[in-house]
Design a protein. Structure first.
Length: 263
C-alpha cells in the first residue's frame, strides 16, 4: 500500500528535513514515531530538502507498506508527534506516485520584518535596514523570470548536472506601515540555498550595495563571488503541486503572516 502524507512543520528545532545520525531532523522524528506505532522500520520519502531552521507550511511525504491500516493512523501520529509537526491528511495512492519526482511546481515564501518583534522572530527574519529601495528590489525580482540558469545564486553548483530552473512566478510584497516584506517564488526545481540567496541579493540591491544592472550581469553570466544566504527562519516551503493532486495550504499561521503582504 502506498500513501501520501500532507503535513507541515515548524523547522526551528530541527537540523533540516533529511535524516542525519544523532541529529534532530523532521524526517528522523517522523520515522521514529511511525516505528513506535507500526512496530517496524518505515522509510519516509520527502518532496524535498529543507535546511536547518526552515519551515514548511505545506509538505508532502510518502511511505510504502505491505498492508493498510485498520486504525486511524493520522490521529495516532498527531498524538505522538511533537507539537511542531502536524499531519493534515493521509491519502492512499494507486500507482506508486512519487512525492519528489512527480512534483511539477514548488513555491517558497520568505518573510522579513525591519523592527524587533518577539512574536515574529521564529517565522520572519529581522533585518534592521532603513530606507531600502523597494522599487529597485522589485525590478531585481523581475529578473528571476527573465533567466533560467541560476548558477550565480546556487550555494553548491557543482552538485548538479545543470543549474537551470523554470521560474514561473516571482514577486515582492511590501507593507511599509507594518515594516514587513514578503518574497515569493515558484519554479519546477530549486538549487541548494537558492531562495535564501535570492533574498540576500534583493537586500543588497535594496541597500544600494549592488545595482539592478550589476545583479542582472551576475545572473546572465553565472558569476560567482562572496555570498551569504539570508537567515533561515523567514523561509517557508509553502506549496507543492502535482498534476493529479490539489492540496490546499492549511497552515493558519502562514495565512496570518501573509496579511498585508498579498497585493
Amino acid at each position: 500500500m502506498h500513501y501520501f502524507f500532507h503535513i507541515s512543520f515548524d523547522g526551528s528545532r530541527y537540523k533540516g528535513w533529511q535524516y542525519q545520525p544523532r541529529l534532530r531532523t523532521v524526517q528522523g522524528t517522523i520515522e521514529d514515531t511511525l516505528k513506535e506505532i507500526l512496530k517496524s522500520e518505515i522509510r519516509v520519502e520527502g518532496c524535498g530538502r529543507t535546511d536547518a531552521g526552515v519551515h514548511a507550511s505545506q509538505y508532502v511525504m510518502h511511505i510504502h507498506v505491505e498492508e493498510g491500516f485498520d486504525f486511524d493512523l493520522k490521529f495516532r501520529l498527531n498524538k505522538r508527534l511533537p507539537d511542531d509537526i502536524v499531519i493534515y491528511d493521509i491519502l492512499e495512492m494507486k500507482n506508486m506516485e512519487h512525492v519528489r519526482f512527480d512534483a511539477i511546481w514548488r513555491t517558497y515564501d520568505y518573510f522579513i520584518h525591519f523592527e524587533k518583534n518577539p512574536f515574529l522572530r521564529k517565522y520572519s527574519s529581522l533585518y534592521e535596514f532603513d530606507n531600502l529601495d523597494y522599487a529597485a528590489m522589485k525590478k531585481a525580482t523581475e529578473l528571476f523570470l527573465k533567466y533560467d540558469d541560476f548558477k550565480a545564486i546556487c550555494k553548491q553548483p557543482l552538485l548538479y548536472n545543470h543549474t537551470r530552473c523554470n521560474v514561473t512566478h516571482a514577486k515582492l510584497y511590501v507593507d511599509e506601515k507594518q515594516g514587513r516584506l514578503r518574497f515569493t517564488i515558484t519554479a519546477n526545481r530549486f538549487l541548494r540555498g537558492m531562495v535564501r540567496l535570492c533574498v540576500y541579493f534583493l537586500l543588497e540591491v535594496g541597500r544600494g550595495k549592488m545595482s539592478v544592472e550589476e545583479f542582472e550581469d551576475r545572473l546572465a553570466n553565472g558569476k560567482d563571488g562572496f555570498i551569504r544566504p539570508a537567515f533561515p527562519n523567514g523561509l517557508f516551503l509553502s506549496r507543492i503541486e502535482y498534476p493529479y493532486l490539489n492540496l490546499e495550504n492549511q497552515s493558519k499561521l502562514f495565512r496570518m503572516l501573509k496579511i498585508g503582504l498579498e497585493s
